[in-house]
Write a protein that binds this ligand. Structure first.
Ligand code: FMN
Length: 203
């Protein structure tokens, strides 16, 4: 069965958006239907411009905004957030914190969940961000789909991506530096695997 996969992310400088698009390409290879959504921004336009994110925000504005109600319509959801002090962003937290009604009704129970991130330093939080974001899925009774080492790139990467999920290392800070070959491979493989697993569960 072709699964509807929500890819819900926050991105300030666009790196997490790039990763989301590669995961979406993988979902399509796994016969799934990816739906990219961005969570609402909390910073003002002025603050974003001061932080050097104005251009990236223009590109992001073409992505539809995520809504809480829509989450219940997906067969599986992959959440992505840049790393902030080893954790997800407040924009992603704010969005997830509004899912109380879905938790109360059990609307997400049994759906698949996955996570991806980015960080500007090699040991600055890829794993901690993915793992701390994942507690959301436990509380909602979602089924976490791990990346594992199903793609060789998870063993070989010298940048982002690993058994916890796709990630991107952006040492240039706000500058777009492009995803590495291994990061792209892991994002594609993960999207495909996630869609295949979700399709079987939804059938
Ligand atoms: C306030 C703040 C905190 C950050 N904390 C971390 C951190 O703990 N570890 C790290 O490696 N990078 C950290 N970064 C860098 C971001 O993770 C990186 O710029 C981000 O992943 C880029 O994603 P984006 O282009 O989608 O916004 C931080 C950036 C900001 C602005």
């Amino acid at each position: 069965m072709s699964a509807d996969i929500g890819i819900i992310f926050h991105s300030m400088y666009g790196h997490t958006h790039d990763l989301a698009e590669q995961i979406a390409a993988g979902v399509e290879k796994g016969e799934g239907k990816p739906q990219l959504r961005r969570v609402p921004e909390l910073m003002s336009e002025g603050q974003l411009a001061d932080a050097g994110a104005a251009q990236a925000q223009d590109a992001l504005s073409t992505v539809p905004l995520a809504t809480i109600d829509e989450l219940a319509e997906f067969d599986g959801i992959i959440f992505g957030s840049p790393t902030r002090f080893g954790n997800r962003t407040s924009q992603m937290s704010s969005f997830l914190d509004q899912t109380g009604p879905l938790w109360a009704s059990g609307a997400l129970v049994g759906k698949t969940a996955g996570f991806f991130t980015g960080a500007s330093t090699m040991h600055g939080g890829f794993e901690s961000t993915i793992l701390t974001m994942s507690t959301f899925a436990y509380h909602h009774g979602m089924l976490i789909v791990p990346m594992g080492y199903s793609d060789d790139a998870a063993s070989k990467t010298r940048s982002g991506g690993g058994p916890y999920g796709p990630s991107h290392w952006s040492p240039q800070g706000e500058e777009k530096d492009g995803l590495s070959e291994h990061e792209i491979s892991i994002a594609n493989s993960y999207g495909r695997f996630f869609a295949e697993v979700t399709g079987k569960l939804a059938a």
